[in-house]
Design a protein. Structure first.
Length: 214
């Protein structure tokens, strides 16, 4: 029996590809691809992988990478806006860049900054960089982020779009053991229609979504 899509909860996922012992599924509605739920890594394995990351706030290369999202997002924000860096990791950097630009930031990460109080507030914008591909329950998280945004607020997402099925097995993004969901342009189009977001989809890896004012 096929598992439901973790992004849109469609109940009839299709077998997509098996890579060694790993089974991947494809949602025919939102076109997301995802690892079989029974093969997802546990929290200890996830934490061990994240601890290996060397993403430091003073790394100019990492800042340039994050600027792919930060630059267009900053162009859309009012001065002194309040934001949340969701899934900020052990060395929050985008939040620092936004603070340097004059905005107020809160942090949340289930492993490194697990203060749930940050999720009980509302924000003018939320950043979610290199996070959504790790989510075991993205539909629930998107609902959470929707609830945390003020009307007219912005959600900025960075994740590498999945485009070439023929290269999926050897794709570096798939080979990260903590990457369990892969998004296509069609996936973000579906999310925008579902949540009523105005979407600015910028391949290969940036999405700016604006919550409606009503």
């Amino acid at each position: 029996m096929s598992p439901p899509c973790p992004v849109c909860r469609h109940q009839a996922s299709l077998a997509f590809i098996q890579v060694e012992l790993l089974q991947y599924w494809r949602c025919p509605r939102c076109m997301a691809s995802f690892l079989d739920p029974g093969q997802r890594p546990g929290p200890a394995c996830e934490r061990a992988e994240y601890d290996r990351h060397q993403n430091l706030p003073d790394d100019p290369g990492y800042r340039r990478f994050l600027s792919r999202l930060a630059t267009p997002l900053l162009e859309r924000l009012e001065p002194a806006s309040e934001g949340l860096d969701f899934g900020c990791g052990p060395g929050p950097t985008l939040s620092l860049m936004m603070t340097e630009a004059g905005h107020r930031m809160q942090l949340y990460d289930p492993f490194y900054h697990p203060d749930a109080a940050a999720l009980s507030r509302r924000y003018d914008f939320i950043t979610c960089t290199e996070v959504v591909e790790h989510l075991h329950a993205p539909a629930r998280v998107f609902q959470q982020l929707q609830d945390c945004l003020r009307p007219g607020g912005w959600l900025g997402i960075m994740t590498r779009f999945q485009t070439d099925d023929a290269r999926f097995a050897n794709w570096h993004y798939r080979r990260d053991p903590t990457h369990v969901v892969f998004y296509r342009t069609q996936t973000f189009t579906w999310l925008g229609e579902h949540w009523g977001w105005s979407m600015d989809i910028r391949p290969p890896d940036v999405v700016l979504a604006r919550k409606s004012f009503t």
